[in-house]
Design a protein around this ligand. Structure first.
Ligand code: HXC
Length: 518
């Protein structure tokens, strides 16, 4: 055998060993937990044969606590570039079978290289996290490694899409890299995220809680909002990443892929003309409206289980990717509260950063009142959404279906926040507040002074108020609403509006950065 052939054989064998990560036993243990290995995950994620691996031979440099006894190639993370639906992405997948996927300085260098390449080449960066956190034996070097990763997350924010999938443990300060990225996915029952685990929680506060209750996928997808998606299993998580990417551009200078559609632009839906109940306090399902107007009824929802009184997600209108924000009258009457404001604000800012037009469907009775909301800073949190819409320069099309009351009307992409095209259905009520509340404020004295006729006075004044304000025409007369449209035509009108706005250009004053109310 020639020296060359021998060298090639050695290379093949070394690669083979590196691919086995922590070895067969640890792979079996990983499988026994219902988890896949880093390489199996990448195989599911990337187009077949597209993966270009880097730094397979990188080894840790730690000598503490007997670490010099073993120097596995790759050091617990698989990194590289591949394609998803033919479009390049940069990826890292932590390998729990090597030192529990814990982060060494060299692992951080591998991840940082990927982050740098993604940013330089304007392609999404995807992290598959499964790690015991900072590699304890490396001390401050491991912590510094996290710092390097965080800094890159921050610099890449708003330039390339960043996606984190949590597929095992993610604890301590390690949670902050996913938190800095645009979208976080978790897998039910096999992943968790928390700053301090159950044992520490118990010793510090006395609270007894298990991992799942403290930081499982369902908790973060529904209660904290930390996770945008909670997948049933790893396959679903990976598929969700692919679906998500199909709506996104590669970077902030790119536009999202056009998706050919056979759904007619001028398709009308007569059911929408019958959708709004006569009773303004009766709910209806906003999903029905969304599915009716988007291409092929296909809506990709983000943050589905968190703050369900507002709906956010992606869809296509005549093949173009659009972000939809919609109040949901069937949950808390579609009121804006702290969670809904935070959820929608983050989504609006993402769309604005990545050139994705916004379609806003409004039916909002106002902001939620009470001490819980005030103490939790509904003022600051509501301002986030207001700010996000006001600063957004992407095309903004708004349709008010029913209620658009008070500050919430203004917040939800009104004309004065540089809404481009604002439509209303004939059922719209654009006013400072609902009729009952308004009459109670304006005529409290009259009603009190004449208790015998209180009911009649109330009804008479309510009717007067409703005639004046419970319609879209006050706003339309002043140009705050561009047109009152028939509900059945909404798809066509939204698409035509988006087409008009396709070449929109709008600036914000030059500044170092904004001071969004955090
Ligand atoms: C070094 C680690 C490790 C770590 C796990 N391992 N975590 N090695 N540093 N942080 C090793 C284990 O020693 C073990 O090695 C192997 O990985 C598998 O771990 P097990 O404990 O056997 O697995 P399991 O029972 O599934 O438990 C997983 C675990 C547990 C819950 C993650 O390992 C654990 O609690 N690890 C420590 C978690 C932690 O506190 N990390 C620091 C967080 S603070 P062997 O060779 O025995 O198989 C942090 C700061 C970040 O990360 C700061 C950023 C600014």
């Amino acid at each position: 055998m020639s020296i060359q052939s021998e060298n090639i054989q050695k290379l093949v064998a070394r690669r083979e060993k590196a691919r086995m990560g922590g070895g067969e036993k640890r792979i079996e243990a990983q499988h026994a937990k219902g988890k896949k290995t880093a390489r199996e995950r990448l195989e599911m994620l990337l187009d077949p044969g597209s993966f270009e691996e880097y730094d397979m031979f990188v080894q840790h440099r730690c000598t503490n606590f007997g670490m010099d006894a073993s120097h596995p190639d790759g050091d617990g993370v698989v990194t590289g570039c591949g394609t998803i639906a033919g479009r390049p992405v940069y990826v890292f997948a932590q390998d729990f079978t090597v030192s529990g996927g814990s982060l060494s300085k060299t692992m951080s260098e591998k991840i940082c290289k990927i982050q740098d390449m993604a940013l330089r080449n304007g392609a999404p960066c995807i992290g598959l996290n499964d790690s015991g956190g900072a590699r304890i034996q490396e001390g401050i070097d491991a912590l510094a490694g996290y710092g390097e990763i965080f800094e890159r997350n921050i610099l890449a924010s708003g330039v390339i899409p960043q996606i984190s999938a949590i597929m095992g443990p993610c604890a301590g300060g390690a949670v902050y890299s996913p938190a800095l990225t645009d979208f976080t996915l978790m897998v039910k029952n096999t992943s968790y995220m928390f700053l301090t685990g159950p044992a520490v929680v118990k010793s510090v506060t006395g609270e007894v809680v298990d991992q799942e209750q403290l930081g499982g996928a369902s908790v973060h997808a529904s209660k904290s909002g930390v996770a945008h998606f909670a997948a049933e299993n790893e396959e679903e998580a990976i598929q969700t990443i692919k679906d998500l990417l199909s709506y996104l551009p590669q970077n902030n200078l790119d536009t999202a892929p056009f998706v050919e559609t056979a759904d007619p632009v001028n398709r009308v839906d007569d059911a929408l003309n019958e959708l709004i109940p006569d009773n303004p306090n009766k709910a209806y399902d906003m999903y029905a409206v969304i599915r009716s107007i988007v291409d092929n009824g296909k809506f990709f929802e983000i943050h589905k289980d968190f703050a369900r009184n507002i709906i956010v997600g992606f869809a296509h209108f005549n093949g173009r990717s659009v972000g939809i924000v919609a109040n949901q009258p069937s949950v808390l009457a579609g009121v804006l509260d702290i969670g809904a404001s935070r959820k929608a604000a983050r989504f609006v800012r993402f769309c604005d950063a990545f050139n994705i037009p916004l379609v806003t469907l409004v039916d909002v009775p106002g902001f939620l009142c009470g001490t819980q909301q005030e103490y939790g800073a509904i003022i600051t949190n509501g301002a986030k959404l207001l700010y996000a819409y006001g600063e957004a320069t992407v095309p903004k099309v708004t349709v008010t279906l029913r209620k658009g009351y008070g500050g919430a009307h203004i917040v939800m992409s009104c004309k004065q926040l540089r809404g481009d095209i604002n439509y209303a259905w004939p059922s719209a009520q654009i006013a400072v507040m609902g009729a009952d509340g308004a009459v109670n404020v304006l005529y409290a004295k009259d009603i009190k002074a004449d208790p015998e006729n209180a009911g009649a006075i109330f009804e008479e004044k309510k009717k007067e108020y409703e005639e004046l304000f419970s319609n879209p025409y006050q706003a339309a007369q002043k140009g705050y609403i561009d047109d009152v449209i028939e509900p059945r035509n909404t798809r066509f009108r939204v698409i035509r509006a988006l087409e008009q706005l396709a070449t929109k250009r709008q600036e914000i004053p030059a500044k170092k950065h904004d001071n969004l109310p955090l």
